[in-house]
Design a protein around this ligand. Structure first.
Ligand code: NAD
Ligand code: DAU
Length: 340
């Protein structure tokens, strides 16, 4: 039986990936390591915890002793590293923890992979390592050859981790792969991110805070398509390689927010333009040719279908996000949006 160790599995994409694995590979043992920061939620894994093939450890990826103990006990064949501080606005406010978790945590995991001879270390990276593209050049897309040029402490920490992963491959021959995906959306996304934040605020008839003029463009991918891409990469991808993941679905922020208003039958008057994010990336757009040609990956969920599923999920799972936004999140929200 194969054993896959997933870090950050109590967060948005990691949890979706765990459910993807349990559904599509019931013969695989899944070990989750997550320290449960503000963004991690064990209730998200409630169904997984009922499965005999699933094990959860509440541990920090930076805790070398704890991580080595888990590797010693579980002997994973493959490690997929989702664990990270992931929110750009928080990284602007407090960069330190981003460097610790995203860079040093990755190092600890790779050191454990070396010691225990793990057959594959997969780093879940982001298109943000490429910086941004101009709004008036729709012909330009991020390829795997686009130079790394970061804008925020978050993206700089992810880029540093990517470089370290590539260094471990070259220096120690660690069998690594890296995926760089565009913006994900779907169930269990923490309500600090654009789509769930707008859904939650709209349902509470609260202002919808659009940064700047709302003209920045993101390339949205339904989370299941990202999970399937990672699954293909760890099985068929070439060690040492980077794979961009994205579905040619560029949208302006303002158009997303308007669409959410329409879907929830809320007035656009709720939209409030607020001070822009510092260093705000203008546009992301992925060229997924390599993963398509080498691994046969293509996105399967059109945006119209994915956003409908996502909005329905937030309507049907109010308790999950209402619990979050009524807790510590209120202090964050007040700090981030109070005087904006
Ligand atoms: P998230 O913030 O929802 O979840 C992160 C998870 O990591 C949480 O469960 C948290 O508790 C855990 N974690 C944080 N620090 C930890 C530590 N020191 N030790 C153990 N666990 C820790 O993030 P997400 O949106 O699911 O993103 C997952 C990964 O995918 C990140 O590496 C991110 O950079 C990358 N990514 C995200 C997107 C996106 O659109 N959300 C797109 C591309 C890549
Ligand atoms: O591209 C991949 C990245 O996508 C991931 O690496 C990050 O982990 C993930 O958080 C996401 O980063 P973004 O900064 O693009 O996502 P966010 O949801 O924070 O913002 C999306 C866009 O919406 C961005 O242009 C900022 C804008 N925005 C965001 C919030 C939270 C607003 O206008 N208002 C808001 O309140």
């Amino acid at each position: 039986m194969q054993t896959i160790l997933v870090t950050g599995g109590a967060g948005f994409i990691g949890a979706n990936y765990i459910y993807y694995l349990l559904e599509h590979h019931p013969d695989v043992r899944v070990i989750c390591v997550d320290v449960l920061t503000y963004a991690g939620n064990l209730s998200t894994l409630a169904e997984a915890l009922k499965k005999p093939t699933f094990t959860f450890y509440k541990d920090d990826i930076c805790d070398r002793e704890a991580i080595f103990e888990i590797f010693e006990k579980e002997k994973p064949d493959c490690v997929v590293n989702f664990a990270a501080e992931s929110h750009v606005d928080r990284s602007i406010d407090n960069p330190g923890v981003f460097l610790t978790t995203n860079i040093l945590g990755t190092q600890v995991l790779m050191d454990a992979c070396r010691k225990y001879d793990v057959a594959r270390f997969h780093q879940v990276s982001t298109d943000e390592v490429y910086g941004d593209l101009p709004l008036d050049r729709p012909d330009l897309l991020f390829t795997e050859e686009t130079p790394i040029q970061t804008s925020s402490p978050y993206s700089a920490s992810k880029a540093a981790a990517d470089l370290l992963v590539q260094a471990y491959h070259r220096t120690y021959g660690l069998p690594v792969t890296i995926s760089r995906c565009s913006n994900n959306y779907g169930p269990w996304q923490f309500p600090e991110k654009l789509i769930p934040l707008m859904i939650a605020n709209a349902l509470h008839d609260k202002p919808l805070p659009v940064y700047g003029e709302g003209l920045n463009v993101r390339d949205w991918l339904y989370v299941d398509d990202h999970c399937r891409a990672i699954d293909l990469i760890i099985r068929n991808g070439t060690p040492g390689e980077v794979y961009n993941v994205g579905g040619h679905n560029e949208m302006r922020n303002i158009d997303i927010v308007r669409l959410i208003c329409k879907a929830l039958d809320k007035p656009e008057e709720l939209i409030t333009y607020v001070a822009d994010r510092k260093g705000h990336d203008l546009r992301y757009a992925i060229d997924p040719t390599k993963i398509h040609e080498e691994l046969g990956w293509l996105p399967e969920t059109p945006f119209s279908e994915g956003i409908e599923k996502t909005i329905s999920w937030y309507l049907e799972n109010r308790e999950w996000w209402e619990t979050i936004i009524s807790g510590e999140y209120r202090t964050y929200y007040e700090k981030m949006y109070g005087n904006r």
